[in-house]
Write a protein that binds this ligand. Structure first.
Ligand SMILES: Nc1ncnc2c1ncn2[C@@H]1O[C@H](COP(=O)(O)OP(=O)(O)OP(=O)(O)O)[C@@H](O)[C@H]1O
Ligand SMILES: [Mg+2]
Length: 240
């Protein structure tokens, strides 16, 4: 159908020109497991401070895409740029460095280290970056206060509720001020009230830090809180 030249068209925030380089650029990514294509020619760009929801049926490849962006997996072909770093050109050590410096990750099942306290879990990314002890302690203390867990700093994950564990995980994911925060169903294992509180917190912390947030979710309510919604279907991304 030809385009209607009389139709007024207001560009969405995502189609406005950006003066800064993208935080994330995926170009022409393909990935198969065996004979089965999972990602087919994925193109996707995000800029600082954007919040994007990634929706799609179970098994459609959302986590696979997140893992390729997070440098824990690789596409078979195509390019992934995170904060200007070409992941496709890096070896395992290079990928680990990009993860430590530029990426934060939040998962459905929290993935906290069970033998470390809440404070030690939050401190770990700073230790890996070689941040001095004094600064580490200051940043961990202020972030635990920010997520409302000052009183639980010395607790082990097994002594925390699901919502508390996710707050620790969010603090850990942003303590090193990453450019991009990846969240894979961050409320999938929480009751709806706790889930709303976690979405509030995620939204607030990305606003405060200027990080971009890419969040996989099955929840329409969670998606509605994001500025952009992209759908994974048959291995390709479409934007609504
Ligand atoms: N390591 C692997 N080896 C083989 N197949 C895999 C592997 N990882 C994922 N898959 C398959 O790839 C497809 C996409 O998986 P993925 O985890 O990305 O889906 P998803 O969209 O995140 O689903 P869900 O909403 O259930 O989390 C699935 O069919 C899955 O079984
Ligand atoms: Mg998944």
């Amino acid at each position: 159908m030809p385009a209607d030249p009389t139709r007024s068209h207001s560009p969405s925030p995502s189609s406005e020109p950006h003066s800064t380089a993208p935080v994330l650029a995926v170009s022409g990514a393909f990935k198969s497991y065996g004979e089965r294509p999972i990602l087919r020619n994925v193109y996707f760009t995000m800029h600082a401070s954007e919040r994007v929801a990634l929706l799609g049926p179970s098994g459609s490849g959302k986590t696979t895409l997140l893992n390729c962006i997070g440098g824990v997996d690789r596409p078979d072909s195509g390019e992934v740029l995170v904060a200007g770093c070409k992941l496709h050109a890096l070896d395992a050590d290079g990928l680990a460095e990009v993860r430590r410096k530029h990426l934060g990750m939040v998962f459905q099942f929290f993935h906290l280290l069970p033998t470390l306290t809440a404070a030690e879990n939050v401190e770990l990314p700073l230790q890996l970056l070689g941040i001095p002890t004094n600064e580490r302690e200051t940043r961990v203390r202020s972030l635990l206060e920010r997520v409302g867990l000052t009183q639980r700093a010395g607790a082990l994950p097994s002594e925390l509720s699901g919502g508390e564990m996710q707050r620790v995980a969010i603090a850990r994911a942003i303590v090193h001020r990453p450019a991009l925060l990846l969240a894979d169903e961050p409320t999938g294992n929480l009751d709806s009230q706790t889930g709303v509180a976690i979405l509030d917190l995620l939204e607030e912390v990305v606003r405060e830090t200027g990080a971009a947030l890419l969040m996989v979710t099955h929840s329409k309510e969670a998606a509605a809180r994001c500025q952009r919604v992209v759908h994974m279907k048959d291995g390709a991304l479409t934007e609504s």
